[in-house]
Design a protein around this ligand. Structure first.
Ligand SMILES: N[C@@H](CCC(=O)N[C@@H](CS)C(=O)NCC(=O)O)C(=O)O
Length: 232
């Protein structure tokens, strides 16, 4: 039995965590069967065997693994066919990219969709999310999100290293997708599911890459349930 514990909204089919999407795509890449187990923020008890307070958590038989990057490493070491990284040097380099995708890409997206994320929650989880995030970021969720029309312009500029790579190759990992693509796509799936706000201009090379990613694995990402009714 393989289970992926993921974050959901009031609607358990709305699963929007960026880190969980990274792992979901890694599992599909490997062709490994799994069951997604949706949890709300306040439902931490199922994560205890992994000693984790965050998702994703992977349960693979008797083995529990937490943290999306460590789960990807675990999957590559345990199931070496169809590599996600391709060796120790690539793993080391991927750790740098992981930090870039968290700090330079994910963190700036957060304020642009943060008030939309609270809208996905039931009352108890909305209160938890609001209190914890407003304390962490030092402003109301609405104030954080209010500047997004300006913020998105700066955000697009910070993606230039990704654009440069996509000028040379169709995927971040080369000719076919692997971990780097799944890690970036997790960030875009988070924004797509949680918010109608569009992060990319239509003619951006990254938007073309994102379309290719949406189509992978029988349109798995494309079929994911959205927490809103479409474009703003
Ligand atoms: N570095 C971790 C980050 C995981 C993380 O922050 N997950 C968030 C959801 S996106 C979470 O579970 N938060 C729980 C909470 O805030 O209570 C990873 O890569 O898995």
């Amino acid at each position: 039995m393989r289970q992926l514990f993921e974050l959901c909204g009031a609607d358990r089919d709305v699963r929007y965590s960026p880190y969980t999407w990274r792992v979901r795509l890694c599992l599909l890449h490997k062709g490994l069967d799994f069951e997604g187990v949706p949890l709300r923020f306040l439902e931490k008890e199922p994560l205890e065997p992994a000693n984790s307070k965050t998702v994703p958590v992977l349960r693979d038989g008797d083995t529990w693994v937490k943290d999306s990057f460590d789960i990807a490493l675990y999957l590559d070491h345990t199931y070496p066919e169809k590599p996600l990284f391709g060796g120790a040097i690539a793993e080391g380099q991927a750790r740098v990219l992981n930090a870039y995708l968290d700090r330079t890409v994910l963190n700036p997206i957060f304020p642009m969709i943060i008030a939309d994320i609270v809208g996905l929650q039931d009352a108890g989880n909305a209160a938890y999310f609001r209190e914890s995030r407003e304390q962490r970021l030092g402003a109301t969720l609405e104030d954080l999100q209010a500047g997004r029309e300006q913020a998105v312009t700066a955000f697009r500029k910070t993606l230039s290293p990704i654009r440069a790579a996509l000028k040379a190759q169709p995927f971040l990992s080369g000719n076919a997708p692997a971990w780097a693509d799944y890690a970036l796509m997790g960030n875009f799936m988070w924004a797509r599911i949680a918010s109608p706000f569009e992060l990319l201009e239509p003619d951006d090379l990254i938007a073309g890459w994102r379309s290719r990613m949406l189509d992978l694995y029988d349109g798995h990402c494309l079929k994911a349930k959205l927490g809103h009714s479409g474009a703003a």
